[in-house]
Design a protein around this ligand. Structure first.
Ligand code: ATP
Ligand code: MG
Length: 95
C-alpha cells in the first residue's frame, strides 16, 4: 500500500457555464521517502494538483488516500489534522 494515493482526480474550472477541464483523471501513488518531480507545461495543472494534495482545495472529484484511509475533504477537522501532521510545503530556493 502506498503512503499517499491519488485516484481518478478530476477538476475543472468554469467560465460561466463553459467547462475547462484541468485534471482529467490523475492516478498517482507515492511511497514514504519518494523524491518526486511533477513536470508539465505552464497551465498544465501542476499547482492545481498540488493544492489538492496539500489539502487546500476541496472542490474536485476523485479520492486521496493516506496510508490506505480515505481523506474526507468535507471534514474540516480531518483536513486540518492532515495539513498539520501529514503534509507540508517548503519554498524551493533553487532555480
Ligand atoms: N482559480 C482559477 N480559476 C480559473 N482558472 C484557473 C484557476 N487556477 C488555475 N486556472 C487555470 O487552470 C489551468 C491550470 O493552472 P495551474 O496553475 O494548475 O497550472 P500550472 O501547471 O501550475 O502552471 P505554471 O507552470 O504556470 O505554474 C490553467 O489553464 C489556469 O489558467
Ligand atoms: Mg503552477
Amino acid at each position: 500500500m502506498a503512503y499517499l494515493e491519488l485516484k481518478n482526480i478530476r477538476k475543472s474550472y468554469f467560465l460561466g457555464k463553459e467547462e475547462f477541464p484541468v485534471l482529467k483523471g490523475i492516478d498517482l501513488n507515492f511511497d514514504l521517502g519518494d523524491f518526486v518531480s511533477i513536470l508539465g507545461e505552464s497551465g498544465g495543472g501542476k499547482s492545481t494538483l498540488m493544492n489538492i494534495i496539500g489539502g487546500l482545495d476541496r472542490n474536485f472529484s476523485g479520492e486521496v488516500l493516506v496510508k490506505g484511509k480515505l481523506l474526507d475533504h468535507k471534514q474540516e477537522k480531518e483536513l486540518d489534522r492532515y495539513r498539520r501532521e501529514t503534509i507540508g510545503y517548503r519554498p524551493c530556493l533553487g532555480l
